[in-house]
Design a protein around this ligand. Structure first.
Ligand code: DI6
Ligand code: FE
Length: 388
C-alpha cells in the first residue's frame, strides 16, 4: 500500500460484507471471516469502491432558469440592468412562486438524475426561492417528494433567509419577523426541515437578522448551517460557530480566526468552487488555514440557477483541486465523510461496519482519477442501502 493509499484508507483486494442496508464487515478478502464465506458474492473485478457520494449543499428545487440573464451579462449588461430587467434571485423567486408542486418536482428530477448518475446517494436540498409561506413550504415538500421518486436520500434545509422578496423591499427586518420565522415554524410542524440555513451577506441578511432565525432554530431543536463570507467578511462564520453550526459554506472571505473558531465548534467548512468559478471570484477560501486547524472540508455543487448552475459532483471535485489546490484525498473526503458530517449524518460517508451500505463502484485505476478528469463519468455501479 502506498502512502496515498493510506490517506484514502484504501484496501487492495478487499471485500465488503453487506447485511440488509448496513455494512457488516470490510477488509482484505484473505481475512474474510468464515461467517461470510458462503454468502452470495458480487465480483467487482478489482474495481475501486468508495462510499456513495454526498452533495451536502444544493438549491436543486427551483422554477425556471437564468440562461437569459447569463446571455445579457455576456453581452455587456451590468448587474443593475439585469436586475432592472427582473434578473437575479428575484427572477427565480417569481418562476418558483408560479410553479405547482408537481412542476417543481418535475423540473428538479433531471438535475437529481444527473447527480445520481455520478454516484450520489445522499443530497441536501434547500428552500429559499419562495420567500413567502406557501412557496417555501412547497419547495420543501418537493424536496421530500424527490426521495420517493428516486433511490436517493434527500436532506432538507430551510433557507427562508436567502433574500428579501420584492414585496418587502427595504423592510428586511419585517420579512424576517413576519414571513421567514413563522414559515420556519410551519415547515417544522409539517416535518419538512432537517436543518436551518441563511445567507449572511451585504446583499442578503446581517448577523443580527440571521441570529433571530438561529434562535428559533435552536428553540425548535434544529441544527443550523450558514452561507458565510462568500462576497465579504460580515462575521457570519463566527455567528455560525457560536451556534455550533453543522457547517459554514462558501468562506471565500473567511480568515484564520474563523478557521480557529470552526475547529473549536466542530463546524465543517463547505467549499463551493462552482459559485467561485461562475461569479469569476478572485478571493480564494483559506484552505491552508482550514488545513492547519484541522477543520473538516466538504465540497458540494451549490447547484442553483444563478451563481452555480452545476449538476456534477465530479466537476466540483476537479474544481476543488484545480482552483483551490485541495488534494485528491481531501476532495474525495469532501464529498463523502466530511459531507456526511456537514449534514449531521454519522451513519454514512465511510465504508465501515454498522454504516449504511451506500457505495459507488468506479472504472478507475486510482482514486485520484475521480478529481483529475473533467467531464468524464467513470461510475460503474451505485449501491443504495445495500441494493444495486
Ligand atoms: N449565494 C449564492 O451565490 C446563491 N445564493 C447564495 O446564498 C445565489 C443564488 C442565485 O443567484 O439564484
Ligand atoms: Fe448556496
Amino acid at each position: 500500500m502506498s502512502a496515498g493509499d493510506a490517506l484514502y484508507g484504501l484496501i487492495h483486494e478487499a471485500a465488503i460484507a453487506i447485511e440488509g442496508d448496513r455494512i457488516a464487515w470490510t477488509g482484505a478478502v484473505v481475512d474474510l471471516p468464515e461467517d461470510y464465506a458462503a454468502w452470495p458474492r458480487d465480483e467487482l473485478g478489482g474495481r475501486l469502491v468508495t462510499p456513495g457520494l454526498i452533495d451536502c449543499h444544493t438549491h436543486l428545487v427551483f422554477g425556471g432558469d437564468r440562461a437569459r440573464e447569463f446571455e445579457m451579462r455576456l453581452n455587456g449588461a451590468s448587474y443593475e440592468e439585469v436586475a432592472r430587467a427582473g434578473g437575479g434571485i428575484i427572477s427565480t423567486v417569481s418562476d418558483t412562486r408560479r410553479a405547482s408542486l408537481d412542476a417543481l418536482i418535475a423540473q428538479a428530477l433531471p438535475r437529481l438524475d444527473a447527480l445520481i448518475a455520478e454516484g450520489a446517494t445522499t443530497i441536501e436540498v434547500k428552500s429559499g426561492y419562495g420567500l413567502d409561506r406557501e412557496t417555501e413550504l412547497n419547495m420543501l415538500r418537493a424536496a421530500r417528494a424527490l426521495e420517493h421518486q428516486r433511490p436517493v436520500t434527500i436532506r432538507t434545509s430551510f433557507l427562508g433567509a436567502h433574500a428579501t422578496p420584492p414585496e418587502y423591499k427595504g423592510r428586511s427586518d419585517a420579512y424576517i419577523d413576519e414571513v421567514c420565522i413563522p414559515t420556519l415554524r410551519a415547515a417544522q410542524n409539517e416535518g419538512l426541515v432537517d436543518a436551518v440555513d441563511g445567507f449572511c451577506e451585504n446583499i442578503a441578511f446581517d448577523t443580527d437578522q440571521i441570529e433571530r432565525v438561529f434562535r428559533v432554530a435552536a428553540e425548535l431543536g434544529l441544527p443550523v448551517k450558514l452561507h458565510a463570507e462568500q462576497l465579504s467578511h460580515l462575521g457570519g462564520t463566527q455567528l455560525a460557530t457560536r451556534y455550533k453550526a453543522l457547517s459554514a459554506d462558501h468562506l471565500e472571505y473567511a480568515n484564520e480566526a474563523d478557521a480557529r473558531a470552526m475547529a473549536a465548534s466542530g463546524t465543517v467548512a463547505v467549499i463551493l468552487p462552482g459559485a467561485f468559478y461562475t461569479l469569476r471570484e478572485t478571493q480564494q477560501p483559506p484552505i491552508e488555514a482550514l488545513r492547519a486547524h484541522h477543520v473538516p472540508m466538504a465540497l458540494a455543487t451549490d447547484c442553483n440557477p444563478g451563481s452555480s448552475p452545476i449538476t456534477s459532483l465530479l466537476l466540483a471535485l476537479n474544481m476543488g483541486c484545480t482552483l483551490f489546490r485541495m488534494t485528491p484525498e481531501e476532495s474525495l473526503a469532501g464529498v463523502t465523510s466530511n459531507a456526511a458530517q456537514a449534514l449531521g449524518l454519522s451513519d454514512r460517508g465511510r465504508i465501515a461496519p454498522g454504516l449504511r451500505a451506500d457505495l459507488a463502484v468506479w472504472n478507475v485505476e486510482t482514486p485520484a482519477e475521480l478529481s483529475y478528469r473533467i467531464g468524464f463519468n467513470p461510475l460503474h455501479a451505485r449501491i443504495l442501502a445495500g441494493r444495486p
